[in-house]
Design a binder for this molecule. Structure first.
Ligand code: TYD
Length: 217
């Protein structure tokens, strides 16, 4: 099964991913945890170009193609092989990040972005997308604190430095996307404690498996 995690900065995606993986391991599964951008060798080289707050002048379309290049390689090198070997893949950010950030955030036409995603992934769509939703101010405060603690304010902070309005558009964009595909999306309140969030992720996964006619032993 292929599960993506989405949300604005500071939504707690990587924590939810890690805690859901723990719950799955307790049930005898061996999930693969991965992320975008940077989940493959090419992406690790692209990540500093995409996220370093000191690099200015990257055009919106150049940014888009770098995210798509990262995704194309990541799907080919990591995600597809894992799915083909029967692993559950938990991916921190995927195609909906491009729609939310480059589409609703930057203003690039969403139909063009959908075609780009389709080309990059060969049409690989997650069976479940967990949208961790929270107010922008709360998310940015959490992300700012994490970046200060980890010393990554500059090296990882290009998107965190965008305006509050930008992040509001991204959040509303995500909620619209979830509204358009209620079967694929599970929207979870990310202001709740991490353990509660991870249990809700597990419930969403069980519901998605039932929809696919499978179960979680
Ligand atoms: P990352 O450090 O992974 O942030 P987070 O911990 O918030 O997930 O940085 C990824 C950043 O890149 C994040 O701000 C969202 C942005 N992004 C896009 O704009 N488009 C995309 O397609 C992807 C995958 C990420």
């Amino acid at each position: 099964m292929f599960i993506s995690f989405e949300g604005i900065e500071g939504a707690g995606k990587s924590t939810a991913q890690r805690l859901l993986a723990d719950l799955l391991r307790e049930r005898g599964h061996v999930p693969l945890l991965t992320s975008e951008p940077g989940g493959c060798s090419l992406g690790r080289n692209l990540r500093p170009i995409l996220l370093d707050a000191r690099l200015s002048g990257l055009s919106d379309r150049a940014e888009l193609y770098l995210f798509l290049a990262d995704r194309a390689q990541h799907v080919a090198e990591v995600v597809r092989p894992a799915l083909e070997s029967g692993q559950t893949v938990l991916c921190d950010r995927y195609t909906d990040s491009t729609l939310a950030y480059q589409g609703y955030g930057r203003g690039i036409d969403c139909e063009q972005l959908r075609r780009g995603n389709e080309t990059a992934t060969g049409g690989l769509v997650p069976e479940l997308t967990i949208l961790l939703d929270l107010p922008v101010a709360t998310g940015l405060a959490r992300a700012g604190q994490r970046n200060r603690e980890e010393g990554t304010v500059l090296s990882e902070g290009r998107f965190d430095a965008e305006s509050q309005n930008f992040h509001e558009r991204v959040r509303q964009g995500y909620l619209e996307l979830a509204g358009e595909e209620p079967q694929r999306f599970a929207v979870i309140d990310a202001t709740e404690p991490p353990e509660d969030v991870s249990l809700q992720c597990l419930c969403a996964m069980e519901a998605a498996l039932r929809r696919c006619g499978k179960g979680l032993e």
